[in-house]
Design a protein around this ligand. Structure first.
Ligand code: GLC
Length: 532
């Protein structure tokens, strides 16, 4: 097809959590030189872009999502010179670089907040969200922090509350203030001028709050095992209509540079999610689609999600899929290793840009964290609910050296005990490994337009099977996935099966000719080339 597709439509994004990728100076924390040292691996893996979680100066109350200076690099990660080198080296290899933009809140140590909290008359007072107490002296409304407790912090000195959707060390900016808008858009310009290819925008659906600060409605479905902030529905504290005007302003900045992209972190139901493409494509290029993370892992539920998502997308909306990130339990722990291979095939054959979380390509699982090693403030504030995010943030498992080759110092989080068996080194030459599967899938996706930009076609199935077609011109692939632990046969009367197996999750059967029906072993998925 002649339609031109952008790099972020054709390509695959690989998320690097820099603290845990590769340490180069033995302080136990990963850094930019470490990332640079591992670029050969990233390129060999076959992804197109890296997204780096925040690398800016930060007191690290929320491990970099509390930023005290938006236009520099935290010394733990390196320097601006290191960043420029990493960017140049990535570009030299044809890899795009996406940074994390955290517009909703700063660190309480950011000079803007320091100035804002100094006095009610400070020129920066209105840069944050300050409110008088309620008549009873309590917080202005019932909004709750995502990390436990109330969302309003009392400031003794100026006798007002400030709002923080996350930690009290992460005060929310007031995006209704045009000075805040300009200052933050300049942050984008700073990095885009340096050559950055895009941004992942943190909690973008949070950035504008209700003008009247109305109480959030109580959540009638709340259960005690839910995250505590789900006691109320975030009706007035998130997803306000005015957010789209702000996003459009961000988008205009990107458009002025060309070929840059913005992907927004948004946890909302699909009909709300798709509004973030903007009325006429004036929103984010990609609103992260986390549905595969949140739904039960069964063929019928997934089929419904794919169908509803495809139907809900606006004509200009390019889809995307995600299996994991630094906030979510590892896919291999959630659905088991055998199904994680099915998930990999699904992620890399569905229509839309895939984002792959580092370590998932070798089947890393959640690492149990002993209480004295817990780092995540979310676990510290809401212990025992299983909300802690350290288990999915443990260091990348490279090889069988001490600490898996991640550091020669003391790692900031413990390594998985199985790292000698689950590592890049162990898997890279193993023709049946998860890593080999990911490489084959990435290779196939890259080389076949039907798989990277082709259309999606629903194929009816039953039971544990899921099937779909990807097409581009004469090229056609049928993907059939067995989400169950029993052997299944797909086809029979259906003339659709004809073709040759290109790839099986079991990494055998390549070239096998299938006619009329295809037999799938338990937890097996196949990509069948039906091209004429
Ligand atoms: C996003 C980030 C998460 C962070 C939160 C607050 O959800 O992914 O890691 O804690 O925003 O910034």
């Amino acid at each position: 097809m002649a339609t031109k597709h952008e790099w972020w439509q054709r390509g695959v994004i690989y998320q690097i959590y820099p603290r845990s990728f590769q340490d180069s100076n033995a302080d136990g924390v990963g850094d930019l030189r470490g990332v640079q040292d591992r670029l050969d691996y990233v390129q060999w893996l076959g992804v197109d872009a890296i997204w780096l979680s925040p690398i800016y100066p930060s007191p690290m109350a929320d491990f970099g999502y509390d930023i005290s200076n938006y236009t520099d690099i935290d010394p733990v990660f390196g320097s601006l010179a290191d960043f420029d080198r990493l960017l140049a080296e990535s570009h030299r290899r044809g890899l795009k670089v996406i940074l994390d933009f955290v517009p909703n809140h700063t660190s309480d140590q950011h000079p803007w907040f320091q100035e804002s909290r100094a006095s009610c008359n400070s020129p920066k007072r209105d840069w944050y969200i300050w409110r008088d107490p309620a008549p009873d002296g309590g917080p202005p409304n019932n909004w709750l922090s995502n990390f436990g407790g109330g969302a309003w912090e009392w400031d003794q000195h100026t006798q007002q509350y400030y709002y923080h959707a996350f930690l009290k060390e992460q005060p929310d900016l007031n995006w209704r203030n045009p000075e805040v808008q300009e200052a933050m858009l300049n942050v984008l310009r700073f990095w885009l001028d340096r050559g950055v290819d895009g941004f992942r925008v943190d909690v973008i659906w949070h950035i504008v709050k209700d003008e009247e600060f109305r109480d959030n409605p109580l959540n009638p479905e709340f259960r005690p095992t839910d995250p505590p902030h789900h006691q109320v529905l975030a009706t007035y504290s998130t997803d306000r209509p005015e957010v789209h005007d702000i996003i459009e302003k961000m988008r205009n900045v990107f458009d002025a540079y060309g070929e840059r992209m913005m992907v927004g972190e948004i946890y909302l139901p699909v009909e709300r999610l798709v509004t973030y493409y903007g009325a006429h494509g004036s929103g984010v290029h990609l609103p992260f689609n986390f549905q595969l993370i949140s739904i039960p892992w069964n063929a019928r539920a997934i089929e419904r999600v794919i169908e509803n998502y495809e139907a809900a997308l606006p004509p200009f909306g390019w889809p995307n899929w995600v299996l994991g990130n630094h906030d979510q339990p590892r896919i291999a722990s959630r659905i088991g290793l055998a199904q994680a291979r099915i998930a990999a095939m699904m992620l890399l054959t569905l229509r839309g840009t895939p984002t792959l979380y580092m370590g998932d390509e070798i089947g890393m699982h959640n690492v149990p964290i002993p209480p004295h090693r817990v780092q995540d403030p979310c676990e510290i504030n809401t212990p025992g609910l299983g909300l802690g995010r350290d288990p999915q943030r443990t260091p990348m498992q490279w090889d069988d050296r001490p600490n898996a080759g991640f550091t020669t110092g003391a790692p900031w989080l413990p390594l998985s005990e199985d790292y000698e068996n689950v590592s890049v080194q162990m898997q890279r030459d193993d023709e049946h490994s998860m890593l080999t599967l990911y490489r084959r899938l990435l290779e196939l996706r890259r080389s076949q337009p039907a798989l990277n930009v082709g259309s999606y076609g629903h194929v009816p199935t039953e039971g544990d099977l899921l099937a779909y077609l990807r097409r581009d011109g004469d090229q056609q692939f049928l993907i059939v996935l067995n989400l169950g632990g029993r052997e299944c046969v797909f086809g029979g009367d259906a003339p659709i099966v004809h073709g040759r197996i290109k790839l099986s999750t079991h990494l055998d059967r390549r070239g096998e000719v299938v006619t009329d029906a295809v037999r799938l072993r338990s937890d097996e998925g196949v990509i069948i080339d039906r091209s004429t």
